[in-house]
Design a protein. Structure first.
Ligand code: FAD
Length: 309
């Protein structure tokens, strides 16, 4: 059995595995794919100390760093079920999708998240070529250019306020008849001079010139089609944590995020969680890495406090 079994090999999982191995713990890493969401990212300019990098490059560096250590990598596998230990100090069981089972004294859940997609033509084709999901990450790429934000909840309205500071003009499209964001955010949004808000506007297509996004089509409440010229479309209709398989095993928030405390401990002793799959505020690479380190150090703390057998 492992001392520490890490599930997910994105920034959080890679960091957790390195920290555990550096403590001399028997460490396993279930790696569906190295890099996680980072693999889907083009330019990265906010990974502090690295002025500029690209997703595949950072993912390869993560993998190379993990492979420097004595980490048993269980590649191309996903966890399907977690059976927590019956008592503190007992072994947790992880069933893999392949049918195999792994056992470990501690588990670090780092299965990440995925952005909810619009599911319209052009979205997949122009992903990272004008279709963006993270204003903190990609906002500065659109400096002085027009963008569209889809989604009128807190994340969409926050994104529109944020982007309005950087870009030339923001058009926010809300599918329903009302914005769903907090009132203070709505007031702030409506006070901005370079923002247009359109209600009952359903995005039907993202258009481009084969290389980059050039516009978007939406339908109004009567089904009439309208076209907007834009350089970027920020899709802000929700982040879905990869935690469906954990339902009923440990505490999840109403959004499906794994509830953690300030030590990355979950509601089950010996099980920790880090990164985008958790309730940690702000989903970013530097944050996920910090959280992975924290979860591993907490697992170490738990292990050294187990009674001598
Ligand atoms: P993830 O990166 O989501 O990794 C989780 C991994 O776990 C994945 O490989 C997944 O396949 C795997 N997994 C899922 N389910 C299971 C399972 N059951 N068993 C085992 N493994 C599983 N952040 C920045 O800081 N700067 C940026 O410029 C930036 N740009 C971004 C651009 C895009 C297009 C996207 C989508 C995100 C961007 N982000 C950026 C956000 C950043 O990528 C995430 O915050 C970060 O990757 C989260 O790391 P994580 O390890 O928690 O999760």
């Amino acid at each position: 059995p492992f001392d520490v079994l890490v599930l997910g090999a994105g920034p959080a999982g890679a960091s957790a595995a390195i920290y555990a191995a550096r403590k001399g713990l028997r460490t396993g890493l279930v790696a569906d794919r190295f890099g996680g969401q980072v693999m889907d990212t083009a330019g990265i300019e906010n990974f502090i100390s690295v002025k500029e990098t690209e997703g595949p490059q950072l993912s390869a560096a993560l993998e190379a760093h993990v492979r420097q250590y004595d980490v048993q990598i269980i590649a191309s596998q996903k966890a399907a079920k977690l059976v927590p230990a019956a008592q503190i100090g007992g072994l947790h069981e992880i069933a893999l999708e392949s049918g195999a089972s792994l056992h470990s004294k501690t588990v670090i859940l780092a299965t990440g998240a995925r952005w909810r997609q619009l599911g319209v033509p052009g979205e997949e084709e122009y992903r990272t070529k004008g279709v963006a999901y993270c204003p903190h990450c990609d906002g500065p790429f659109y400096k002085g250019r027009p963008v569209v934000v889809t989604g009128g909840g807190n994340s969409g309205v926050e994104a529109a306020i944020d982007l309005a500071n950087i870009v030339s003009h923001v058009t926010l499209l809300q599918r329903g008849a009302h914005l769903k964001a907090d009132k203070v955010l709505q007031d702030k949004l409506l006070s901005l001079p370079n923002v247009t808000v359109l209600m009952s506007a359903l995005t039907t297509k993202i258009e481009g010139d084969g290389k980059e996004v050039t516009g978007l089509t939406y339908s109004d409440a009567d089904g009439g089609l309208h076209h907007i010229k834009t350089d970027g479309v920020f899709v802000q209709i929700g982040l879905l944590p990869n935690t469906d398989w954990l339902k009923g095993t440990l505490d999840l928030s109403p959004y499906g995020e794994i509830v953690i405390n300030d030590h990355c401990a979950t509601s089950v002793p010996g099980i920790y969680a880090a990164g985008d799959a958790t309730t940690v505020p702000y989903k970013q690479i530097v944050i996920a890495m910090g959280e992975g380190a924290k979860a591993s150090l907490s697992a170490f703390d738990y292990l050294i406090r187990l009674p001598v057998q």
